[in-house]
Design a protein around this ligand. Structure first.
Ligand code: SF4
Length: 511
């Protein structure tokens, strides 16, 4: 029986083509590279052109480099070296670059320096274009944040607490030698005024060290150990305190920073693969979205979302000339300061406050039936009525500052006589008559939010928040594998996130 042979399609690798295909023919219709090309062609990139000097040798066209970079972020190619390779090997990149072959240094310089002042305007142009096409709204936004790891070593850190502890040790060291000097001075001569070491700085430490040397250095009667300590203090303390001051300036109001990226703060990440709760250097990225398009983004060093809203809304106003008409966010943003900010900006706030979800459950309300916010308030007489029907009189106000420095005004009310009350113990555990503290302003915002959040429109918005803003982070992190910034420093991180935001918007438009 004759042996059958398989049939293959013709394969002539060296065959010449009468009309070779153009790159344009090789990029299919509707391909994301075409969407990148179309969007970048249609926006005004004048601020980017302004980043170039008239003098000097010719440069690669910024429009081409922008297309290459944005398409890189669209297709998960983030590294400049991989982009350089892609421009030589990948048809889509070759089509976008018009067969230019920028090297990785050119791509890096363009991303880090040329885009520094221009990327925000490119992003806004893209958002405005998509808004004109009716794909998104800059008026009704959904806001949320996520933490993304910085490109920094997680084992080289500076902690505010460690600096404070070391400064305390330094104070004690100086104090001890000063006390020794005083004990000697009693028997020999007078000492200069004792230094005030409550708050030490470079000048104070240097002055104290100088004084101690003037008093003790040449005295033969001084204990050997004290002399050795004074030598150490003279050599080390002025340098150390200057170093602590420099680190405190870098820290600002943060608790930590990474030595390899001083703008990055140590924070707890959602992705904790080792399951050990290890803090990692990172940035808190805030975005506002509409139909899963990113409308606004800001980068923050502080890990809590509550403190980011003011700067985030300021950026929205900078970008689009006004605040959004409505904003939906989770309970992480529901602070008094934020409610006040949203009210002042006339933004309709679909924002939960801390206990909103729990308050919906009758079991929680029953368990906390004695809570201050459950008591009846008599506005006419400015008093509360306690669970036994007794009047709680206003006894004064006090101010307190939140950690970001927001001043809260708290009113205090006291029950007239709790002695012998059968509810005593369940109602409150303190000795004497029960005293409650009420933040009227916050209670007003919470009452308003409670009504708004239970409206039909709000229920719809809160449901939508879960499939508007949250999937954007999931898409960038899980589907596109972006879990760590490539660049260092807040400015460059903002450029990187801006490129990711443009890429997200273009992917969404192409979908
Ligand atoms: S313990 Fe005092 S405040 Fe509480 S119910 Fe009794 S009287 Fe009222």
């Amino acid at each position: 029986m004759a042996r059958k042979t398989p049939t293959f399609k013709p394969y002539y690798q060296d065959q010449l083509m009468a009309i070779p295909p153009s790159l344009d023919e090789l990029v299919r219709k509707g391909h994301p590279a075409r969407v990148v090309n179309d969007v970048i062609n249609r926006i005004n990139i004048q601020p980017l052109l302004d980043a170039y000097h008239i003098k000097g040798s010719s440069s690669y066209h910024p429009q081409m480099l922008l297309k290459v970079l944005v398409y890189g972020y669209v297709s998960n190619v983030y590294s400049s070296r991989k982009l350089e390779v892609a421009c030589r090997e990948n048809v889509n990149f070759m089509w976008l670059s018009g067969m230019s072959f920028p090297d990785h240094n050119t791509i890096n310089r363009f991303r880090g320096a040329r885009l520094k002042n221009a990327l925000r305007s490119v992003f806004e142009e893209v958002v405005n274009l998509l808004s004109d096409e009716g794909l998104l709204s800059i008026e009704e936004v959904y806001t949320d944040g996520t933490k993304i790891e910085a490109n920094a070593n997680k084992y080289t850190f500076v902690w505010k607490k460690a600096i404070q502890t070391n400064k305390e040790k330094m104070k004690k060291g100086l104090q001890d030698i000063w006390e020794y000097a005083q004990s000697i001075a009693k028997s020999e001569d007078e000492l200069p005024e004792p230094p005030d070491l409550t708050d030490i700085d470079t000048e104070k430490v240097q002055a104290t060290v100088d004084k101690l040397n003037a008093v003790l250095a040449d005295k033969p009667s001084v204990d050997k150990k004290v002399k050795a300590k004074l030598r150490y203090v003279t050599k080390e303390y002025p340098e150390k305190i200057a170093e602590y001051e420099r680190k405190e300036r870098v820290l600002g109001d943060r608790n930590s920073f990474s030595k390899t990226d001083p703008d990055a703060t140590f924070m707890r990440m959602k992705e904790d693969h080792m399951k050990n709760g290890q803090l990692k250097p990172g940035y808190n990225v805030q975005i506002s979205t509409s139909n899963q398009f990113i409308v606004n983004y800001t980068i923050h060093p502080n890990p809590t979302d509550t403190r980011t809203l003011s700067a985030h809304l300021a950026q929205h106003r900078d970008s689009y000339g006004k605040a959004p008409a409505s904003l939906t966010a989770d309970a992480g943003y529901g602070s008094e300061e934020n409610f006040q900010l949203l009210e002042n900006l006339e933004v309709e706030a679909f924002v939960k406050y801390g206990l909103f979800d729990k308050q919906q459950k009758s079991s929680f309300r029953n368990k906390h039936g004695f809570a201050a916010d459950q008591l009846f308030y008599n506005a006419e007489q400015d008093c509360y009525i306690c669970p036994m029907g007794q009047q709680m009189d206003f006894i004064g106000t006090f101010k307190q500052k939140t950690s970001p420095g927001f001043v809260q005004h708290i009113k205090k009310y006291r029950a007239r006589n709790c002695a012998g009350c059968p509810l005593n113990g369940a109602c409150h555990k303190a000795k004497g008559n029960r005293v409650i503290q009420i933040n009227e302003n916050l209670e007003r915002y919470k009452a308003r939010a409670y009504l708004l959040l239970n409206s039909e429109r709000s229920v719809e918005k809160r449901k939508r928040r879960c499939h508007d803003v949250e999937p954007v982070f999931a898409n960038i992190k899980q589907n596109h594998g972006f879990r760590r910034f490539m660049l260092r420093g807040k400015e460059k991180v903002a450029i990187e996130w801006g490129l990711l935001a443009i890429a997200q918007n273009i992917r969404k438009k192409a979908a």
